[in-house]
Design a binder for this molecule. Structure first.
Ligand SMILES: *Cc1c(COP(=O)(O)O)cnc(C)c1O
Length: 463
């Protein structure tokens, strides 16, 4: 599609899922019933669902056709061989274990390697990764590069790991105490920012020098390959698949949540080069997930993963995927919406602290924007700020999170250009009303992961 400004969706629609439209009046009622927490909304009350890109992809007609061929045999299913071949082709890792989703693979591998006194190091551990590591008794240390702290300036690879800190930490802790270095591509918790091949190579050299395991958390490896090809000169003539293959070749293993770049609704895997480690993990897999040729997945799921892992590297798909996310982000930026820049691969992150700079942090500007987006346009998003990460000190005073962000995560192949245009129009209204918006008060909250189930009161209703 050279020489055209308009980038079209490289697919047409064969099966449709209705969106239930609602009025602002209805949404006001729905949100009140949900105690101002959109996690409590039923999905049929949502117009555009940007809660997550995980497990929300639309499968292709090829994937659906593959599902009909799912071999549901307990052992040695042909669907398993297809999934295994697809993963081997991508990773080059010889030992592959299927799991029902990413965190199951994490629990097996990091549970086995972790334990008291062990340290894991990552550009940024995803929350389930950190939880599994800490549950084993080990510690998880994030060392993202310095550039990520600057929200405004363009830097091509803000997902990179800080190499100086990496070597310093290894020496400080002792190489024998480092369970693994985990490179997350793209860096999900760090704004979906990409990691450069140069950075990945340098990490590999350091890990080899100290004989430390080097794993890839490869949930969005195809999206990362897109950025590498377009931002790292030596890679402009490589295919996206070749770039991903080179990245995997640097590592000792990988973990994937297939709910992201494998374009399916459920699934995951663990791949390893080392036989002893793989055998140990296989034992754990059989105890908790299932036999080694299905690991908690149906044959039909494995067929869909085998096909999705190939489709995701198609150049037209990736170009559409990344440019449509960037299109939304750039339009919002041009409108004056404060956001994390440059735009990452799977989501746009709005800086709610700056957008609603009249709302004090303890009244949760991020949650206020989440509510406004739903009330104005039926758009469901998630707060990544002090509702999610805030803690209290001894006097019950809020210790805020470092940033008050709202994430617009874009499901793969689900929404069209007009849906995105609609979201942009909703933001125009949000900008017009920005000074009138009030914050929220938490009225009820659980001890852990409070963002899922906390209840709020809208301060506009009170005053
Ligand atoms: C989603 C995700 C996981 C966990 O995978 P699940 O399939 O949700 O269990 C791990 N790491 C990253 C970077 C992710 O985005």
């Amino acid at each position: 599609m050279e020489n055209f400004k308009t980038i079209i969706e490289p697919f047409k629609i064969k099966m449709v899922e209705p969106i239930h439209l609602s009025t602002a009046e209805q949404r006001k009622e729905y949100l009140r019933e949900a105690h101002y927490n959109p996690f409590a909304l039923d999905s049929d009350k949502v117009i555009i669902d940007f809660l997550t890109d995980s497990g929300t992809s639309a499968m292709s007609s090829n994937q659906w056709a593959g599902m009909m061929q799912g071999d549901e045999s307990y052992a040695g299913a042909s669907s398993w061989h297809k999934m295994r071949n697809s993963i081997f082709d991508l990773t080059g890792h010889e030992f592959i274990l299927p799991t029902h989703q990413g965190r199951a693979a994490e629990r097996i591998l990091y549970g086995y390697l972790g334990g008291k006194g062990k340290t894991f190091i990552s550009n940024t551990h995803f929350d389930t990764t950190r939880a599994n590591i800490e549950f084993s008794g080990a510690e998880a240390i994030d060392i993202p590069c310095e550039e990520i702290k600057n929200n405004k300036h363009f830097y091509p690879f803000k997902g990179n790991m800080d190499l100086m800190k990496l070597e310093k930490l290894i020496i400080e802790k002792g190489p024998e105490n480092i369970a693994a270095v985990i490179l997350t591509v793209t860096n999900n918790s760090g704004g979906g920012q990409p990691v450069s091949m140069e950075n990945a190579k340098s990490i590999s050299i350091i890990c080899k020098k100290y004989k430390i395991n080097y794993f890839l958390d490869c949930c969005r490896v195809a999206e990362n390959s897109y950025f590498v090809r377009h931002r790292e000169k030596e890679y402009e003539h490589k295919t996206y698949l070749e770039i991903a293959q080179e990245l995997f070749s640097l590592t000792d293993g990988a973990i994937m949540s297939a709910k992201k770049d494998a374009l399916v609704n459920m699934g995951g895997f663990l791949s390893l080069k080392n036989k002893e480690l793989a055998d140990a993990c296989k034992n754990l897999l059989i105890i908790t997930e299932g036999f080694a040729t299905y690991g908690g997945l149906s044959g039909r799921d494995m067929e869909a993963i085998a096909i999705g892992l190939k489709e995701v590297f198609e150049p037209d798909y990736l170009h559409y995927r990344i440019t449509s996310t960037t299109f939304l982000g750039d339009k919002l930026k041009a409108m004056g919406v404060p956001l994390i820049y440059p735009i990452g691969g799977h989501a746009v992150y709005i800086d709610a602290k700056e957008l609603y700079n009249h709302i004090p942090i303890h009244e949760y500007p991020g949650q206020a924007l989440v509510c406004e987006l739903y009330l104005t346009g039926g758009i469901r998003t998630v707060e990544i700020g002090s509702v999610m990460f805030g803690k209290y000190d001894e006097d019950g005073k809020l210790i805020p999170a470092p940033m008050e962000l709202v994430r617009l995560a874009i499901p793969r192949r689900v929404y069209t250009q007009s849906h995105i245009e609609y979201v942009i129009e909703v933001f125009e209204k949000i900008m017009l009303n920005r000074h009138k918006v009030r914050g929220l008060k938490i009225t009820e909250e659980p001890k852990f992961l409070r963002h899922f189930t906390a209840k709020f009161e809208n301060l506009t209703d009170i005053f």
